[in-house]
Ligand binder design. Structure first.
Ligand code: EPU
Length: 341
């Protein structure tokens, strides 16, 4: 049953904990209700905002339209063959619960993506990634509904135009489709991704020997690393990485390296190097900065935080100051990864 409410506070529905409201609000738990909703004549021209867990959104002001919280649940094993298992999950399924389900069933491929806040439906939007794995590596297909026509469509991998924190849903199809469910292709025999960052080190600390390694160990290691540097949104408002890691030319990287010999960089193809924005922001002096109730996390400079009553425009102004100071110091433009509404 659809229950469209008026003037609903969005504070519990965005992990930044920004206190704004939605003119209209509805929680959608199944595809029939979504169809009904999209065909209600009184809402056809109302601006719509689709949210999952609200973990990648910064609200600057009240939303004068209809917020649709996608809450379609359900996880099922669709089919399997000799090497793969295909799992379908509803858009509203909590991402980490799905990861835990797969890890427990020994379906491999998602373990490096443990503890990422958010929902299944939001995951392909920005091709979530962490610790050497991106969603697109385990993505099979998704179903989505067109916001204006209600037409439902299946998108295969090639249709999604995935990139680093990018997909077709943030580019040419932005604002057009609502993702209702995602199917993942997982491996029966795991390929372990342990080379990124502190994973190997953490596994050693955990006392896990290489010949005994399991996807559960990797999941546990990722959880430990994330807990050690990323603030828990239930305690301190944040949306994970606020900026994307910028990609610069090899020539520019080499010039900067002569000035900053510790500059980290990961080659992307021959002439492009990805540089961690967290490092740039830290070097520009922002790590641990606080002004009123907004600031930069003390253990990961890429994360902006709301200590309580911070407003969206305060966070955005801070973000702009950071962008400017990184540009002045390094000549590198960093852009938000978070959706600013
Ligand atoms: N670094 C610093 N100072 C900082 C933060 C980072 O010097 O304050 C340096 C680290 O020392 C390291 C490098 O930057 O050399 C990379 O740091 P980290 O491994 O923490 O990852 P990141 O590049 O800052 C990205 C993702 C995260 C993801 C991690 C792990 C983006 C925008 N962010 O962060 O994703 O969890 O890698 O894979 O790509 C998110 O998208 O919300 C998110 C948290």
């Amino acid at each position: 049953m659809l229950n469209i409410q008026s003037y609903v506070s969005l504070k519990p529905y965005n992990t930044f904990g920004i206190d704004v409201s939605a003119r209209y609000w509805v929680d959608v738990t199944n595809e029939n209700d979504l169809q009904t909703l999209l065909h209600l004549t009184e809402f056809i021209d109302t601006p719509k905002l689709i949210i999952g867990a609200g973990s990648n959104i910064l609200f600057r002001h009240n939303f004068d339209g209809l917020v649709i919280k996608m809450n379609i649940q359900g996880v099922s094993v669709l089919r399997e063959d000799d090497t793969h298992v295909y799992i379908k999950a509803g858009a509203g399924v909590n991402w980490h619960e799905l990861v835990q389900f797969c890890v427990n069933q020994e379906f491999a491929g998602m373990e490096n993506l443990s503890l990422i806040p958010g929902t299944v439906g939001a995951a392909p939007m920005q091709n979530i990634g962490a610790y050497g794995v991106e969603l697109e590596q385990i993505f099979e297909s998704l179903t989505a509904t067109h916001i204006r026509t209600g037409e439902t469509r299946t998108f295969l991998h090639a249709d999604c135009d995935f990139g680093y924190r990018e997909s077709v849903f943030k580019k040419s199809l932005k604002g057009q489709y609502i993702i209702t469910g995602v199917t993942f292709q997982l491996d029966k025999v795991p390929t372990f991704h342990t080379r990124y960052g502190a994973i190997q080190e953490t596994l050693t600390e955990m006392g896990v020997a290489e010949h005994n390694l399991s996807i559960k160990d990797i999941s546990e290691a990722v959880i430990r690393i994330r807990r050690s540097k990323l603030p828990d949104p239930a305690q301190i408002g944040n949306a994970g990485s606020f900026f994307k890691n910028p990609e610069i030319s090899r020539a520019k990287f080499d010039t900067l390296l002569s000035q900053y010999p510790n500059l980290p960089g990961y080659p992307i193809g021959e002439n492009v190097v990805k540089v961690p924005a967290g490092w740039l922001i830290e070097q520009a002096g922002w790590k641990g900065y606080r002004s009123g109730d907004v600031g930069v996390h003390a253990r990961q400079a890429l994360v902006l935080v709301n200590y309580g009553n911070g407003r969206g425009d305060e966070i955005l102004n801070l973000a702009k100051e950071i962008q400017l100071s990184v540009l002045n110091k390094f000549g590198i433009e960093i852009t938000p990864e978070v959706n600013v509404i």
